[in-house]
Ligand binder design. Sequence first.
Ligand code: C2E
Ligand code: CA
Ligand code: CA
Ligand code: CA
Length: 278
Amino acid sequence: AKESGHNYFQFYVASVDQEIRERKQLEKDLSVALHNHQFHLVYQPQVNLETHRIIGAEALIRWEHPEKGLIPPDEFIPVSEMNGSIVEIGQWVLDQACWQAARWASNGMPLRIAVNLSAVQLRQDTIVDDILDTLKRHHIPAGRLELEVTETSFMTNLEEAVDKLKRLHKAGISIAVDDFGTGYSSLTYLKRMPVQHLKIDKQFIRDLLVNEEDTRIANTIIDLGKSLNLTVVAEGVETAEQEYYLAQRGCKLAQGYFFSKPLKPHEFEIFVAGFHSK
Ligand code: C2E
Ligand code: CA
Ligand code: CA
Ligand code: CA
C-alpha cells in the first residue's frame, strides 16, 4: 500500500507538472497568435421569429493554431482573461467586427453585430472610449453594435459597470445579458443595468420540450423579458420544434444550428441572400 501510494504521488505530480507545462505553452502560443494573424471571426445569424428576417449576427472568435489546428474559444478565452491578453484580443475582435459591419452595410446589408465583451475588458478604464472610437473609425452608427456581457461583469464592481454600460447605452449601443440564468443572476442587476436583451443560454434550450425544468426556466426568462420590456434571444436552437415553441411562446429572436452554424463572412453573405429569398 505504501508503494502504490508513492507511485500515485509521483503520477500525480507528473500529470500536474504536465498540465502546467501545457498551460504555459498555450499562453506562449497565445501571446503571438494575434501578431501572427491566427485569429478570425465567424458570424452566426440572429433571426427574428416573427418576421423570419435575419436582423444581425453574433461575432465569434476562432483560433487557428499552426500545429494543433482549431482551438475552441472555451479553451483559450478563460486563459486570456486570466493573463490579461483578452484586452488586446477583445479590441481586435471589436475592430474586426466593426470593419465587417461597415463592409456589409456598404454592400446593402446593414446588419447589427453582436460582440462578446469580457468582464476583464469592461473593467478597463478606457473601455468606453475605446469602443466609441472604434465605431467612429469604421463609421458605424452605435445602434448597429450590440455588446454581450455576462453576469460576472456586474459582480466585481457594480457601480463602475453600471456607469460604463450606461455611457455605452446612451451613445446608442445595445447591451445583452449573455448566458442568462447560468451565473449569479439577480433581479437587482436587471433593474439597475441598462440592458435591453436577455440571452437564454443554450443549456436551457437543448432539452426544451423534453426536460420539464428546462422548459419552465425558458418560459420564466421569456416572461421576465416581457414584464421588464427586454427582448429575449434564445441561443442554441437546433430543431424546428424548439423554434416553433419559442416563437409561439413569444421569444422574439433566436440563433442556433437550426438556422445556421457560425459562418465565415463570404458564407454568411450567401446564407443571408438565400434565407431572405425563401
Ligand atoms: P457564447 O457567447 O454563449 O456563444 C454561444 C456558443 O454556442 C458559441 O460557441 C456558438 O458557436 C455555439 N452555438 C451556436 N449555436 C449552437 C447550437 O445550435 N448548438 C450548440 N450546441 N452550440 C451552438 P463558440 O463559438 O465555441 O464560443 C464559446 C464561447 O466562447 C462563447 O459562448 C463566448 O463565451 C466565448 N467567446 C467566443 N468568441 C468570443 C469573443 O470574441 N470574445 C469573448 N470575450 N468571448 C468569446
Ligand atoms: Ca455570446
Ligand atoms: Ca451561452
Ligand atoms: Ca459565454
